[in-house]
Design a binder for this molecule. Sequence first.
Ligand code: MLT
Length: 332
Amino acid sequence: MNMMTRFLTGAATVLALSLPAHAAEYRIAVGDGAGGTQEALGKAFVAALEEKSGGNMTGKLFLNGQLGDEQDTVTAAATGTLDFSILAINNITPFSPSVGTMTLPYVILSLEDAEKLTQGDIGQQMIDQTIEDAGVRIIGWAYSGFRVLTNSKKPVSTVADLKDLVVRVPKNEIMIETYKSWGINPTPMAWGETFAALQQKVVDGQDNPYMTIYAMKFDEVQKHITNLRYIFSIEPLIVSESLFQSLSPEEQQQVLDAGKEATAFSAEFLRGEEAKIRDELVARGMDITEPAEGEKEFIELATNAVWPKFYDQIGGKDVLNNVLTSLGRDPV
Ligand code: MLT
């Protein structure tokens, strides 16, 4: 029995497998396909929500961007035409620049950093700011691992190796500037268009965590992986703030508690599954290259050029320093 089955079986036992006829069924948009961390968080959330609400609330996952591209789901949730969405943090940044601190290159250096940041005071400030800026409330987090670079052409280990590669990035200024600091102009593109663009060779490569590469079947159209660590991908579960405000205080608490439980599950899911998924991608024919000299050149170029460019957008240099010191690192 795998981790997911164990978790869901436990929840289903409590619920005795039947929901009241009046149960509210919420629509949950999921950007990625089956088998990744977004689906794992979503399933854990639905099971916990059913259990905590005594079956009065449930949710249905719509995978693979069926309810719209990730950035579009933020607008849909803000206007109340969508209930919940699970998406990468980089696709919320355009609507709430303060969460950009979590996509600045080489700030989050481990799953433990990601947990500390999202679940502590800083995470709460970002949640409050996102409600104000974007009209959506973050109630849970999927942890997906580092975004590694994939491409169809050649093994990449140095910054110079990137030359001549056309790399897709999300429509996210921080990520665009990061690739520019490495000497290439990336191609910003919506998530939903990425598989087809790789398949048709409109672009040569992209970056995303191992878990996402697997869930999106990118191994079918990509060959080489570079084990970069520039962004640790965290993927929030958001709820429409107008929907949240329409719930009773008791229901709101059930939603928040279910999000918290699903978040804890997500961290365990990543710890248990990531290495297996990486091996599976290799078994399917992908190769993995380590960046030269422990990624030194990538790190220096990106942190020196990109961090200062975004101080204003994230709310000032102090915001970054607050994050760095909370993670036990030196301020800049
Ligand atoms: C992106 O690259 O746009 C996102 O990271 C996709 C995702 O949500 O997995």
